[in-house]
Write a protein that binds this ligand. Sequence first.
Ligand SMILES: [Zn+2]
Length: 683
Amino acid sequence: MSFPPRAEAATSNSMPDVPVPRTSSDPGELRFRQVHLDFHTSPLIPDIGADFDPDEFVHTLKDASVNSINIFAKCHHGMAYYPTKVGVMHPNLKFDLLGRMIEACHRADILTPVYYTIMWDQHAAMNHSDWRVLDETGKDDGAGPLEAGWIRLCPNTPYLDYCVAQSEEIARNYDVDGFWFDILEYSSYGCFCPCCMREREKLGLDSTRQEDRARHSEIVLARALDRLSSAVKKYKPQAMLFFNGRVRIGMRPYLKYFTQVEIESLPGGGWGYAHFAIMSRYVRNLGLDYLGMDGRFHRSWGDFGGLRNQAALDYECFRMLAQAGKCSVGDQLHPRGKLVKPVYELIGRTYRSVAEKEPWCRGARAVTEIGYLSTAHFLVPVSVARSDEGVTNMLEELHHQFDTLDRESDFSRYKIIILPDGHRLDEELTRKVKDYLASGGRLILSHESGLDPEGKRFVLPDFGVDYEAPSPYQGNKGDYFEVLEGLNEGIPQTVHFSYTPGSLVKAQPGTATLARFWQPYFDRNYLHFSSHRQTAYEKPTDYAVVTQKGSVIYISFPVFSGYALNAYRVQKLLVRNCIARLLPTPLVRTNAPSTAELTVTEQQGRRIVHVLHYPAERRCPDLDIVEDVIPLSNLRIALRMESRPTRVYLAPQRQSLKFDYADGYVQVVVPSVEGHQMVVFEV
Ligand SMILES: [Zn+2]
């Protein structure tokens, strides 16, 4: 594929703000301002596309500064939006909607990758019960016979041949810029359909074991990706290729099929705000260009008549830029085929601003100095692991620059590696961590991280801590600790609670104890309890809660998942003070409040600090709402730089800022931040 590696794509200030132009065979570089135009339209709805006017369609997109749009070849109802010999054209569509959209968009230099759904196809599910995914009781995966909703299909059946043939038909007959394949994902239990059962037996995999079924699901999906990408490349070798459902921590084996990574993450749709914060910090280091996919909906996909707040859409798209990504906004086309004007006015206000900011974002790479190893595991998909969320929230609120890592990430790039809460070390990981420490790395571990796979003892040499047992205060649901001198800056001097039970450990001679364990009068259970919650603390013990030996700090309770669940500020300050002991000169220092996000990116010859300030508030049971821009004033930023910059200015305003350079830091005062502000430091 032709996306340039990020380093080569770095720009100077004078670079014109235009993407690499599209040719008929090559879509060029991934564009910044995309729309994903859902169009899942029941065959019962009449007059499909009756109001579609190609000129108006393109004008609406152009006015909104959209330069790439995913349009629909086949939807979850299994309907095609073009005359097809392989599949089923929507019965109430009377013309080639796909073809006319492609033609109109290309005249206006708007790219048109096409959407094609795989594992949800209602037409196929209703006509081929033998193609359906089955659970362990033999039931369908999805809506029951009396429910509205999708039913999952298995690509380990002849259904895959159908999808491959139809993809080939589209690639052969249309000037598409790429394919966006959706729903390549089994539920965690895998599939018990006859084809999958038979194949597992043949491969020596045990259908009774979840792990074997998960492994088999990966084999089936890899085969599907291989066949689908071959079918497309036969006719469109330069096509953009993306497979939704495969994006997760540990996705590396699939990357060879992708030309870009897209993070579907609608904060109103169950993903919340943490998901993108975690995933963007992972996928941006996989060597491909990436984008974040938001939605224009108040809630999620299919929310006709629900509009996102402007400030929320701004925040979500500018956050993609701040994390060195590009933008996509999901919409759903009305069955009559007319785009809704206010939706594109909303998107346009955001995207015109994105366009202005692109010169400082094109080819930009994130600058980071802390990496944390994700607890999410590829074979047991979790959208957000609690400890990942806790680390991410903490480090964002503390304005540290960090990445999400998997086991194959290069640890040597980071000044500190954090192994949060649950990383017992097998041989391979032990070796990796040892090598990192031997080459001067610094490590923070918590709770079970650092134990052997059986959870019996710590395996790192010279760790200086002995493991005894899980905390005996499970009924209290947490442990008491006192933070000692050397770690207590800003922490009120009293006994604090962990809100989640940890481990009992002792520091060996020569290991510093920076926080110690207090025992309660007793644990809480039916035989003895006191008051409403955990029993009061009684006295200190010689168990340790935070230890340091050399460049390794250990925290005995699951401080990161605990923070995700409780957000107890003292625990964040505890981690802040641990980091300060290992990294006394962080990349960024600031007086920004914890509600502000500061990230650092770089292009050739300059570093860019992005400041975002859009505090979200929970205003209903399951939604965080961003409605207003809360300005910040007189924001102090100190950026560590090796030499005095030649110029510091605000972008995109190009307004110069006075700065001081002392002790390796460039210091500026940003007079005002209205939502999103870039501050550019030129070398
Ligand atoms: Zn199956």
